[in-house]
Design a protein around this ligand. Structure first.
Ligand code: GLC
Ligand code: CA
Length: 540
């Protein structure tokens, strides 16, 4: 593989609504991001993945776009956007745009036209079907509960929405739709963006009449066409959000020979605490052994025919330190353990805003405190079908998307330095201790662990290119090796609040500690006592 900039990169995801408000309206904005670029430069990241900032009625916080070439007024103007690209560039930080083209908003001009009549020129931009026996065309369900079909009385047809009914699905089989998308992408590429994160891109090849949504037959043709018509001429990062990807599928997207994407987000590890065949709300405890198997499978199976993206968190997932770590007694230790474990693997790591200071979930007790459409719809659907209030709230606290969307905690002041007004979503009260100012002042903070990990990746080809090997250890200890040109690093993580012992004399002793969350200075593998959530890397 010829080296690309994104293979040594670390990406930082910003959820603009919750990052930094600059004008006191309680909503984060582009000016706020510009004002915080120095902080991101200090952390050392290569690029920002910016969740959507386009014009949107905000049914799904910007993932419902009504104009792809305009900025949401709450966030600022196109001039602010240009300035963000420019100011980030001066700090060697690229801006990766969120590309949400499986669907638009129902307030997009294409859809406003489309729903006017059956013979409107835009009718076929979306997916319209006749009723079947006076009912929905088929049993496809929306990811946000209920049927995926919405009835339009005026034309006596249904349109498809795999997400909310304000997010009608585009008809990718229509060449004109694809051309519109390519034109829009070229508009952004000409502005100098560093790439695209492609929202639910695995759905664009759907055949709704057969109930096929993910991985449809034309998906890869479309992506090759997209590559040819848009970013193929640029040196950019492209990452597809692909919930159903297996390693074999991931290679189809990211094998450099196929000219599709740089990499995809796979979610196999993210699903490990959900009951098989059920919804994400149906919880089960994490089996660390399964996590080891899944992550290791992804590490070894792509080989030179693909590239991994590495992440624990994003705006759709709960905070990992609360989810699989310990956000009370061992918050700092477990947050660093997750960081060390992930960032020393092969692939491109992604950090979600606030992860680098160990932000945690903030539990709710009432559905009125929830803003996210996914949780709200699910609440009502399950409540009506007989689930108890407590049970549903428990699953929202475990898995709801608002967990990771509470405002960024900059300091210990009233609203955490996020806003001088009333924040759109409650600030986590633990911002009195957990905040950026405190992290920057403490040389042992989670922040500096992330900073060190980013620097290690930039300086050590073994992290970028080294082979990966899982080591057989007791269930709650996760140990792997990276091998490169005769060099071997061992990464060890104790995945729990109990101490653990390891007895692996064949790895010898070493003083070459690369990083440690307990200030460890040496290791003797013949007699290794691990502290709760201890993690380190050592040359062996
Ligand atoms: C993706 C986004 C999510 C959004 C959905 C619909 O999964 O990450 O936030 O709700 O697509 O656009
Ligand atoms: Ca604002």
């Amino acid at each position: 593989m010829k080296q690309k900039w994104w293979q040594t990169a670390v990406i930082y995801q910003i959820y603009p609504r919750s990052f930094q408000d600059s004008n006191g309206d309680g909503i984060g904005d582009l000016r706020g991001i510009i004002n915080r670029l120095d902080y991101l430069q200090e952390l050392g990241i290569t690029a920002i993945w910016l969740s959507p900032v386009y014009q949107s009625p905000n049914d799904d916080n910007g993932y419902d776009i009504s104009d792809y070439q305009a900025i949401m007024p709450e966030f600022g103007t196109m001039e602010d956007m240009d300035e963000l690209i420019e100011q980030a560039g001066q700090r060697d930080i690229k801006i990766i745009m969120d590309l949400v083209v499986n669907h638009t908003s129902d307030e997009h001009k294409w859809f406003i036209e489309s729903r006017k009549s059956k013979d409107n020129p835009y009718r076929d931009y979306y997916i319209w079907r006749d009723p079947l026996n006076n009912d929905v065309p088929n049993s496809l369900r929306s990811a946000f509960s209920g049927s995926a079909w919405e009835y339009d009385a005026e034309s006596n047809q249904y349109y498809l929405h795999l997400f909310s009914k304000k997010q009608p699905d585009l008809n990718w089989e229509n060449e004109k739709v694809r051309q519109e998308v390519w034109d829009m992408m070229n508009f952004w590429l000409e502005k100098g963006v560093g790439g695209f994160r492609m929202d639910v891109i695995d759905l664009v090849g759907k055949i709704p009449d057969l109930g096929v949504t993910g991985n449809g037959p034309k998906l890869h043709d479309y992506l090759q066409e997209m590559n040819r018509e848009t970013f193929g001429k640029y040196d950019v990062l492209t990452v597809g959000e692909t919930w159903g990807a297996t390693p074999e599928i991931a290679k189809l997207y990211s094998d450099p020979k196929r000219n599709e994407l740089s990499m995809v987000f796979q979610f196999e590890h993210i699903g490990l605490d959900q009951q098989e065949g059920k919804e994400k709300w149906d919880l089960k405890p994490l089996d660390v052994n399964e996590l080891k198997q899944v992550l290791s499978k992804w590490q070894v199976s792509l080989g030179n025919e693909g590239w991994n993206s590495l992440f624990w968190n994003n705006h759709d997932c709960p905070r990992i330190v609360s989810r699989w770590g310990n956000d009370s007694a061992y918050r700092v230790e477990s947050a660093k353990m997750f960081a060390i474990l992930l960032h020393l693997m092969k692939g491109t790591p992604y950090i979600y805003q606030g992860e680098e200071i160990g932000m945690t979930n903030y539990p709710v007790t009432d559905i009125n405190e929830v803003q996210d459409i996914e949780s709200i719809n699910m609440y009502h659907e399950r409540f009506e079908s007989g689930y108890k209030h407590e049970e549903i709230i428990e699953s929202i606290n475990a898995k709801g998307r608002d967990n990771s969307r509470t405002p960024m905690q900059w300091d210990d002041s009233e609203q955490a330095g996020f806003t001088s007004g009333i924040p759109w979503l409650h600030v986590n009260p633990n911002h009195r201790e957990v905040n950026v100012t405190a992290s920057l002042a403490d040389p042992n903070s989670i922040f500096y662990c992330y900073k060190q990990l980013i620097q290690l990746r930039k300086a050590n080809p073994i992290l970028v290119w080294g082979d990966y090997e899982l080591v057989d250890t007791p269930a709650h200890v996760f140990m792997y090796l990276r091998h490169y040109q005769g060099q071997t690093w061992a990464i060890v993580a104790n995945f729990g609040p109990e101490k653990a012992t390891l007895n692996m004399p064949n790895f010898g002793q070493s003083q070459n500690i690369i990083i440690s969350n307990y200030g460890r200075e040496s290791v003797d593998f013949a007699n290794l006592l691990l502290n709760p959530y201890e993690a380190f890397a050592v040359e062996v």
